[in-house]
Design a protein around this ligand. Sequence first.
Ligand code: UD1
Length: 417
Amino acid sequence: MDKIIVNGGNPLYGEVEIGGAKNAVLPIMTASILTPGIYTLNRVPNLRDTRTMANLLEIIGAKVTYEKGTMVIDSNSCNNPTAPYDLVKTMRASFYVLGPFMGRFQHAEVSLPGGCAWGPRPVDLHLKAIEALGGTVSLESGNIVADGQLKGADISFDISSVGATGNALMASAKADGISTISIASKEPEITSLAEFLIKMGADITGLDSDKLTVVGNPNLKGDFEFDIIPDRIEAGTFLIAVALCGGEVTLTNVNPNHLNIVLSKLSEVGVKLDIGEDTITVKAPKKINSVNITTAPYPGFPTDLQAQWMAMMSKCDGSAVIIDEIYRDRFTHIAELSRLGANITLEDNVAVVTGVNKLKGAPVMSTDIRASASLILSSLAAEEKSEISRVYHIDRGYENIEEKFRNLGADMYRISK
Ligand code: UD1
């Protein structure tokens, strides 16, 4: 297994280009199953998760090619609406095939994902949406089996779920009649998925709000090109890295509007920001002010940046409170950040980080995508050498991360075993 070695202590200077959003491209890839066609997706990041999704599409019967950020999906010969356990267990986003399977085949067999490092992570809301649209759902040998010709209906979630909103949108886009989705997720990745479905011929209104109305179209059309939005979580990771390590960096291919809360919290930290149309220049503060965060659905502070924020606060002036309200168990990084010298206590879903003057390199282990990012950030800010193992987690969500940091002056490399 690969390891990343970091000799910390260097400030970061230069320019970094942000890639296409992982959490936008994954549902869009599955949406290509909804109706036969050839889809060209631009700015697709080369990630372990996009490769896993491409494998899944091939099992379903699609042809997928990828070159220099352009992915072409030919979904004309899709004929196998199944998502096997082997793939779903490595990537929960595989569950996004449920809505498209029902729309195209009126049948779906999708392995139940099970738990993960962040706790139980149920899929009840996804199933509720399919049932509301008239599908039948059962559990057979660990697989969700769904059947039925879906019809427009009112779907009301109890809480905002990105994945369930995505599945509900895709299923209702092809269902005859009008659907409404209440307490819908407002994440930019959901708006982007809706825009992809609109290009297919669906009529969707209420974009960026928590109530979406979908006039389904059983005759959706494929064969078009679509640009993937910039990854706001990768962007946030680099912004926080500069604040923590020192220096001045310009991010390109970024949508600052998707980062409002993160940018306003970074200003409180003392970071200087120069915001352009699709660029952000970040200049590190002399000292890191302590700033509390509580994660919440968009436009709130993203849970996917909670671990990185904690890494930054471990060198703050004072103490900061970090609460995760979305994934109450998403704190496996605390034990590893502590190995680097961070002072963090945890009670339920509330972490208190007391800033230390210096962090010191150590061997640490990645436990999930964003936890790995927090370890890289802390190692970059720590004195001496760190060795990060299980980096396959980081490869799920960050393209060329060591090269991008090296270009900014970091001393960081990978050992492949
Ligand atoms: C997506 C993102 C993930 C991010 C998360 C929250 C992708 C591929 N992944 O995950 O990176 O951390 O949003 O922003 O886009 N819930 C239920 N029942 C359900 C579904 C969800 O109770 O059927 C709960 C979850 O346990 C969680 C909350 O709803 O507490 C939000 O989860 P959700 O928005 O569904 O996350 P994902 O779509 O899985």
